[in-house]
Design a binder for this molecule. Structure first.
Ligand SMILES: C[S@@+](CC[C@H](N)C(=O)[O-])C[C@H]1O[C@@H](n2cnc3c(N)ncnc32)[C@H](O)[C@@H]1O
Length: 240
């Protein structure tokens, strides 16, 4: 069983696995939220846990973008798509970029990978430390404890002339950690079908606790019910 293989050996397939996500539309909503909540004057934007840089592709016309991720394989894909964006390998829990931003975003559950409340606190304080006064933090969360469905099986597939991918994902829960066990079948034309087993572990954080930690990190904070994916909401924090 691999761990976070999706962001390592399978990183080159990430964009086709998530072909159904409308990154352009999500970037449009980000631009609206930023213009509503940002009070600082500049246009420096950081995406922490940027993955393959798909949001940045649509944000780079409006902002001066930097992307960070803990997995080099994801950054390699991101760099190919965004030659004009700065990328750095960094862990969002303790990264030190020696720079302050007007906007920090963390999208599509990346925050869940910090796993524990202690790490969540460190991450939020670190985000706040990288924000200019009046800068805005936007976090699209993973599920909270109430929202997470235990023992759920999900099947997704993608196919075109060159590649076919099937993924079966099963969820379980250990305390406040959600565990996703995934089986991938990948068939590229001219090659044998490959089977990968992958596990992901994400923390289940309560909305109220996240808001409390954001406030104590010096961010005026709220959760908007309607975010990017149904039922997940979005956290907004403005640096005081
Ligand atoms: C579900 S993907 C989301 C990627 C991208 N934001 C998107 O919307 O497609 C989660 C990403 O978080 C990254 N990640 C996980 N833990 C991290 C950490 N502690 N610091 C930085 N990135 C991390 C993974 O490598 C992966 O690229």
């Amino acid at each position: 069983m691999g761990k976070d293989l999706l962001y390592k050996d399978l990183a080159k397939y990430y964009d086709v696995i998530y072909y159904w996500k409308d990154y352009s539309k999500e970037a449009g909503l980000l631009v609206k939220l930023i213009s509503k909540y940002k009070k600082s004057e500049g246009k420096e934007l950081l995406e922490a846990g940027c993955g393959t840089g798909h949001h940045l592709q649509f944000l780079k016309d409006n902002f001066k973008c930097t992307g960070t991720d803990i997995n080099q394989e994801m950054l390699n894909v991101a760099k190919k798509k965004n030659k004009d964006v700065t990328f750095r390998k960094a862990d969002m829990i303790d990264m030190k970029l020696n720079k302050k931003f007007d906007v920090i975003i963390s999208m599509f559950s990346s925050i869940g990978y910090v796993k524990t409340i202690t790490n969540l606190k460190k991450t939020l304080q670190n985000f706040s430390g990288h924000l200019k006064s009046g800068g805005v933090l936007i976090i699209e969360p993973w599920f909270s404890q109430d929202q997470f469905t235990n023992s759920k099986t999900q099947l997704i597939s993608y196919e075109d002339d060159k590649i076919k991918i099937a993924r079966m994902s099963k969820s379980k829960r250990k305390g406040n950690i959600s565990i996703l066990d995934m089986d991938y079948l990948v068939s590229e034309s001219g090659e044998d079908t490959k089977h990968f087993k992958d596990r992901h572990e994400l923390g289940l954080f309560e909305t109220e606790k996240t808001l409390e930690l954001m406030e104590s990190a010096g961010l005026k904070s709220r959760m908007l019910k309607n975010g990017f994916m149904k039922g997940r909401g979005v956290f907004i924090g403005v640096k005081e």
